[in-house]
Design a protein around this ligand. Structure first.
Ligand code: ADP
Length: 205
């Protein structure tokens, strides 16, 4: 069972030592991985990862929610960044959000004709976001399900890329510096997919 946001909040209020795996009530995942269902803008983690577009100037979906919650200063900072390539990420301050930083990752617009190219780009999003987190001394990071909304990436395939990229990274020298990676699901389809995949990629130690 995925904890509700209310439960997660209570866990967060108790402090990092009691945060546990975020996956309260299950032992299916190891303790550096979490999943929650809810609005990523409410999370008081070190970094949240936005599913941005290449202009970095705001859009719909989670990007719109992040800009609304962060306030206009976020857009002002994004304007100075000169966009971002697909498969890459850039970092900004978080302004009115409860997290410390926002990492803006630009996912691919999914195309059936080029699944391999899409996969490489999506992998690049997760890889570059994790790298930016470590470079900035951030220890807890929450990912939105990049590209699975307006950009049309099939949920199961996207979550497979997300899990495998995170799993590889956590095993590297840089990955050791991260305490927790949280997958934030919003829609039912993604909840099902992550519930299915996480125990397979991240069995309890
Ligand atoms: P993309 O254009 O990369 O597909 P979207 O924002 O359309 O980006 O969707 C990415 C994912 O973010 C989707 O799974 C969507 O359900 C989810 N999402 C939308 N709003 C929020 C939110 N406030 N918090 C967390 N996830 C969200």
């Amino acid at each position: 069972e995925i904890p509700t946001l209310g439960q997660l909040y209570r866990l967060q209020k108790m402090g990092p030592s009691l945060l546990g795996p975020f996956s309260h009530g299950t032992s299916a995942y190891n303790d550096r991985i979490g999943i929650i269902r809810g609005d990523i803008t409410t999370l008081a983690v070190d970094a949240i990862v936005n599913a941005a577009n290449s202009s970095l100037l705001g859009g719909g979906g989670v990007d719109g929610a992040i800009h609304r919650a962060a306030g206009r200063e976020l857009l002002a900072e994004c304007r100075t960044l000169d966009g971002c390539d697909t498969g890459c990420s850039k970092i900004t301050n978080a302004y009115r959000l409860p997290c410390k930083k926002v990492i803006h990752a630009v996912g691919p617009v999914y195309s059936d004709l080029y699944p391999q190219r899409c996969e490489t780009a999506l992998r690049g999003c997760y890889q570059s976001a994790l790298q930016l987190a470590v470079q900035n001394g951030l220890k807890t990071i929450a990912f939105s399900a990049i590209s699975t909304g307006i950009y049309g990436y099939p949920s199961y395939d996207a979550a497979t890329v997300a899990c495998s990229t995170v799993k590889s990274f956590l095993g590297t020298e840089d990955g050791i510096k991260l305490d927790k990676v949280v997958f934030v699901t919003f829609e039912e389809k993604d909840v099902r997919v992550y519930n299915n995949l996480l125990p397979r990629f991240f069995p309890p130690e």
